[in-house]
Design a protein around this ligand. Structure first.
Ligand SMILES: NC(=O)c1ccc[n+]([C@@H]2O[C@H](COP(=O)([O-])OP(=O)(O)OC[C@H]3O[C@@H](n4cnc5c(N)ncnc54)[C@H](OP(=O)(O)O)[C@@H]3O)[C@@H](O)[C@H]2O)c1
Length: 401
């Protein structure tokens, strides 16, 4: 029986997950593909650390040239960290005629467009399911939808660490710093957590989705990125009293021909699908013109969920379905959120012009509906505001204390 030969770049959480899953699911892969899948090469940074993984017939190396020299190499899996050297390695692999699969969202957010073009030129495929939402089949679902639907808007919780921290702060009533420490102790946050809590990781995933849906990433001036570091226990308590929960949400849509990508903390009511997405889970909500709203929830990271996404890509590459037509442009204007939650510490909030107050906890905590939030913020420079997603059925009378 012939084989699909795979090289893994990186042998950390994701690389090991792929290696173990290919071995544990070998007979299933044979049934599905009619071929064995074999890991024939592994690239690492520190060879000494991995010497116990050395095996006959396996090229274990710290030099990418050794990987490129493997004859009959079919698929290169990128499971290393950061833009470089992953980008250069994948270019070389594509030029050699290998298909590639990547889990590296930072690299793909920055270089996806050129890599996809290069792959097309060389007649090979790039799988990137694992870059967004870990084990949740977000990319395949969107590709499938794009065959006939137009995607109007995507909202998504794409960083499990941030969602874990926001959920724990609300449930336990602890400060941001104490909860971050707990997340680090439980392995949900890195020792340097800035990529997650400053919103970079979620933003990169938003860029990957933009590339998929619109065929390109947005201009800098139509993007925004804010992490969860500024969310205090007090904000969380006040939001809870209004029946709201904090989430870190990526919003992607097109308006007046421009792609917008925002990654920032927002509030959701119990009517919003993300209200129940708790802990390290991820959630994706896709608004389309024909099928309507589709929601996907599940594990957004981890060894085996991510391995599952990578192996699904290896299967798709070797058993391709007909490609979707070129990217569908959606020109209709997406509806912009006009509901906001305003928090003030010391002074009462002044509403400068006709804004509808949906709920008033005190004059320092308001839920308003407005089409000019900038004017309110100019009038109240010390106010912190968060977008409120989804419906909000509270009446001012119900909530006013
Ligand atoms: N962890 C997840 O749940 C998850 C989920 C989705 C996507 N991802 C993405 O998947 C990628 C890998 O994540 P991970 O969690 O597996 O990271 P990890 O545990 O830190 O492993 C990284 C691996 O890459 C190797 N490496 C790093 N720099 C290298 C270089 N310059 N040349 C060769 N090898 C190099 C390391 O080698 P040594 O072992 O020798 O140090 C290590 O084996 C990242 O891009 C991440 O964003 C991760």
């Amino acid at each position: 029986m012939s084989c699909i030969n795979v090289a893994l770049l990186g042998f950390g959480t994701v690389g090991k997950g792929v290696y173990q899953s290919i071995n544990s699911h070998q007979s299933r892969l044979e049934q599905v593909l009619g071929k064995r899948v074999r890991v024939v090469g592994i690239l690492v940074k520190d060879l000494e650390k991995h010497k116990q993984s050395k095996k006959d017939g396996l090229v274990l190396t710290d030099s990418f040239e050794d990987i490129l020299a493997i004859s009959d190499l079919h698929v290169v899996v990128d499971a290393i960290v950061g833009c470089e050297p992953g980008n250069v390695y994948l270019k070389k692999a594509i030029e050699k005629g290998c298909h590639v699969v990547t889990a590296n969202k930072e690299m793909f957010a920055h270089h996806g467009e050129e890599l996809l073009a290069l792959a097309k030129e060389n007649g090979v495929t790039i799988g990137f399911e694992a870059t967004v939402g870990g084990g949740i089949p977000v990319i395949q679902t969107i590709k499938q939808l794009l065959q006939v639907n137009r995607i109007k808007k995507v909202e998504a919780i794409l960083n499990g660490t941030s969602n874990f921290i926001l959920t724990s702060m609300r449930k336990e009533g602890h400060s941001f710093d104490a909860t971050l420490k707990l997340a680090q102790q439980n392995g949900y946050a890195e020792s340097d957590p800035s990529n997650d809590i400053e919103g970079h990781d979620a933003f990169f995933k938003g860029l990957v989705l933009s590339q998929l849906i619109y065929g390109k990433t947005p201009e800098n001036h139509t993007t925004s990125r804010r992490g969860i570091r500024s969310i205090t226990a007090d904000f969380i308590e006040r939001a809870s009293e209004l029946g709201l929960r904090f989430r870190h949400i990526v919003t992607l849509y097109k308006e007046n021909g421009q792609i917008h990508c925002q990654a920032e903390p927002a509030l959701v009511s119990s009517e919003h699908p993300f209200y129940q997405v708790e802990g390290v889970q991820n959630g994706v909500s896709i608004d389309t013109d024909l099928v309507g709203n589709i929601q996907l929830n599940g594990p957004g990271a981890g060894m085996f969920p991510t391995a599952s996404a990578i192996i699904e890509d290896i299967i798709q590459i070797n058993r391709p379905v007909p490609a979707a037509p070129s990217f569908v442009e959606f020109q209709e204007e997406a509806e912009e959120s006009s509901k906001w939650v305003l928090f003030s510490d010391k002074v009462d909030i002044k509403l400068p012009y006709v804004s509808k107050v949906l709920a008033r906890r005190t004059d320092k905590t308001l839920v308003v509906e407005t089409d000019n939030i900038e004017e309110i913020l100019t009038e109240n420079p010390l106010v912190t505001c968060f977008s409120l997603k989804g419906g909000y059925l509270h009446t001012p009378e119900k909530v006013t204390i």
